[in-house]
Design a protein around this ligand. Sequence first.
Ligand SMILES: *Cc1c(COP(=O)(O)O)cnc(C)c1O
Length: 356
Amino acid sequence: MSKYWSDAIKRLTPYVPGEQPKESGITKLNTNENPYPPSPLAEAVIKDFDTNRLRLYSDPDCTLLKDAIADHFSVERKHVFVGNGSDEVLAHTFAAFFQQDKPLLMPEFTYSFYPVYCNLYDINYEQIPLRDEFVLNVDDFDQPNGGIIFANPNAPTSRAIELGEIESLAKRNTESVIVVDEAYVDFGASSAVELTQSYNNILVIQTFSKSRSLAGMRVGFAIGHEDLIDGLERVKNSFNSYPLDMLAIEASAAAIKDQTYFEETTQKIIATRTWTIERLAELGFVSLPSKTNFLFTRHRILEAAELMGYLRTKKILVRYFSKPGIDNYLRISIGTQEEMQLLVDTLEQHPDLFKL
Ligand SMILES: *Cc1c(COP(=O)(O)O)cnc(C)c1O
C-alpha cells in the first residue's frame, strides 16, 4: 500500500498469471501455450518486415486484420473487433456491457480474470454453481441478470457445452449480452460465431494465443452484432487508439489465412491429448473429458498440490489452483508428444505412486 494510491486502486485484487520461468530447461505445461511454432506465413511476415515503417503509427482500425478475420468466419468487417490479446477485448467488454444494476452471471469455476475485471469496473456479479463433474447447465442461469459470461470450452474444467444451449441462453435473456469466451474452441468444441448472425446479444471472443501459437504477439478479437462492436470501439477509442502494433496486425492476419498449418497443429495436439489421458489413467489419474489444449485431472490418491511440487522439482511446470472445490486438480497443458512422454515418465517415478 502506498499513500499515493487512489482508493479504487487500493481495493483491486489483480490477476496472477502462470509463471514464465527465467531459467532454461523447463517443460512448461502451465499456461496453455501452443508447443508448435506460429504459421510459417506469419514467420515470413515478421522476417521480411521493413523496420523503417515503425516510424509511423499502426492502423488504428486494424483493417487488414479485421478483413482477414471477417473472411475466415464469413462475416462482415463491421462485425469484428480486435484488441491487444483477448484479455484486453474482455476488459473492454466488461466496461461496455456489464456495468448494470443487475448482477453479471458467471460459472463458479471459470477464467479467474472475470472477477478481477468486475472488481476493476465495480461490477456486481454472481457465481453460478456447476453440477457434478463441473457440468455447466444453462437452466441454472435462469435469473435476473445484467449479462452472462463463460468460457466455452470452460477453463480450467476443459468441458464444453453445445451450441443449442448457448442459443437457449440468448433467447431467454434478450435484454442481456451473452459473452462466450472461445479461447480454446479450436481444440474440439463448436464455435458460436454462426449464432452471432442471428442473435444480436451474443458476443464471441477468441484469441491467437492458443490455437495459433501467437501468445507473445497479444492478439484477440470479438465477433458480434455491429451495435456490440460499436460499443467496444467506443471503449477502445477512449482508452488506446493503437492497441495493436504493425507486426501484430500483419503477422496475425497471415496466420489466420494458413488453414492447412492450423489444422495440422490442432490435430496433433488433440491426438497427444487422447494419448496423455490414457497414459495418465494407467497411473491413477482421472481426467475430465477435454475439448481444450489442457487437461483438468486429479489423482485417485495423491494430492494435487504435492504432485505439482514434485513436478516442479523435476523442472516440469503445471498449474494448480488452491481454491476449494478444485484444489485437488491439476491443470496440465498439452505440449508436444515428447513433452507429454516426459511428464508421464516423471510421474511414473514418483516415489509414492506404486507403493499405494
Ligand atoms: C488464455 C485465455 C485468455 C487470454 O488470452 P489472450 O488472448 O492471450 O489475452 C482468455 N480467456 C481464457 C479462458 C483463456 O484461457
